[in-house]
Design a binder for this molecule. Structure first.
Ligand code: ADP
Ligand code: MG
Length: 376
């Protein structure tokens, strides 16, 4: 029987659990005409919380509603690729006829004499392309841009995009038609929590601070349990409700773990030649799941920290799951109290550490403590 679970980055799960309110928010934004809040959205969350699949789902919603969808992952040349994705043969940019084979950079190169492009030029080009595409769209419809890994965007790209968004919205606003007939643009950004904080501090990006922000959280156990029951039974195996409950607990409600535990408990049952997933399969499933979780989530999270943050995290992990006294961390790390408060704050922002009562902290990132302890 094919395993119905999808423990792979960016892969749509069999059931997208616990995210309906975000989808509704976004739908409302599209339906409510120009200026609706859901048209500028920022989705944050650590690795494996389901940012990429949310973007996919919102893209699908937008397509169903008759909008065009352009999806990009932020990296060098993002704005250029966004513009290229919108260019159509026959479009004229700065009076130059577009040939798709040349692409947008080619046109810029030709018309600007090959100079490297300033942020303003890129923004101007993107604005021109977007406006030309919008002009061809049915009334009230528009373009949705989804930008994944926005924390990795270069400042130049983000500034160009911000400028474009503001201009396109204004251009459309000036058209003499009713708000519901105006063409729209919507932007959904997905990013890691901490790095986004840095971007948001840039003055030019204040518009992003006004976006509707959804910080993806863990999924509630009852929702996970019923999804397990539905997916397993639909897939052709049996599971009773207590076992599904155990599996939900084993996953912590962490979206990536939900798929991992599901996948490996299914496999454990099949290896036994059983038609039913039982408690032992959940236990085995969780064990197998954690190996992959360490590699895919804990390792990149820990490796991405600065040396000082790592030292702090190790000190907190020493007696986990017991929380650590803030005063004790200074001792363990051989650092001053002000050092501790600095890195405590930075790691709280990064959702790696959380307060565990007065003067106490613990690691909040799932399974990070076990991972860090295993490093020694
Ligand atoms: N709401 C959800 N319910 C169940 N599984 C989910 C959910 N969101 C994501 N997943 C699963 O979690 C894993 C990670 O999703 P992904 O979108 O790649 O996360 P991120 O982009 O935040 O790192 C995938 O296997 C995906 O199928
Ligand atoms: Mg992703």
């Amino acid at each position: 029987m094919p395993n119905p679970f999808k423990p792979t980055a960016g892969k749509m799960p069999p059931i997208l659990i616990g995210r309906q309110s975000i989808i509704d928010d976004f739908k409302e934004g599209l339906e409510n005409g120009a200026g609706a809040p859901g048209r500028l959205m920022l989705i944050t969350g650590q690795r494996g919380y389901g940012k990429t699949v949310m973007l996919t789902e919102l893209g699908r919603v937008a397509k169903d509603a008759g909008w065009e969808v352009i999806s990009e992952t932020a990296s060098e040349g993002m704005c250029d690729r966004l513009a290229s994705a919108l260019v159509r043969p026959g479009m004229k940019l700065r009076g130059v006829n577009v040939q798709p084979s040349i692409g947008v950079s080619g046109i810029l190169n030709a018309s600007l004499g090959g100079a490297s492009f300033s942020v303003d030029q890129v923004a101007l080009t993107l604005r021109e392309v977007v406006n030309q595409r919008l002009a061809k769209m049915p009334r009230g419809k528009g373009i949705v841009f989804t930008i994944d890994e926005a924390q990795a965007a270069s400042m130049a790209d983000m500034v160009a995009l911000a400028t474009t968004i503001q201009h396109v919205i204004r251009d459309e606003d000036m058209r003499d038609v009713s708000d519901s007939d105006k063409h729209g643009v919507a932007f959904v950004f997905a990013a890691l929590p901490s790095l986004m904080d840095e971007l948001l501090h840039e003055r030019v990006l204040t518009f992003l601070r006004r976006s509707v922000q959804h910080d993806l959280g863990l999924v509630a156990y009852p929702d996970v349990r019923s999804a397990y029951i539905e997916v397993v039974r639909e897939g052709g195996l049996a599971i009773d409700s207590e076992v599904a409950e155990l599996a939900a607990e084993a996953s912590d409600g962490y979206p990536y773990m939900i798929q991992l535990v599901g996948y490996y408990m299914w496999r454990a049952a099949e290896v036994r030649g059983s038609k039913e997933i039982e408690e032992a399969d959940v236990i085995q499933g969780k064990k197998d799941a954690l190996v992959l979780f360490d590699d895919a989530v804990c390792a990149p999270l820990f490796d991405g920290l600065t040396a000082a943050q790592k030292l702090f995290v190790k000190a907190v992990a020493k007696e986990a799951p017991q929380p650590a006294k803030v005063s004790e961390i200074a001792n363990r790390a051989h650092r001053s109290a002000s050092w501790v408060s600095k890195y405590r704050a930075s790691l709280i922002k990064e959702r790696v550490v959380e307060s565990a009562g007065y003067g106490l902290v613990r690691l909040s990132a799932s399974h990070l403590a076990e991972y860090v302890q295993s490093l020694r």
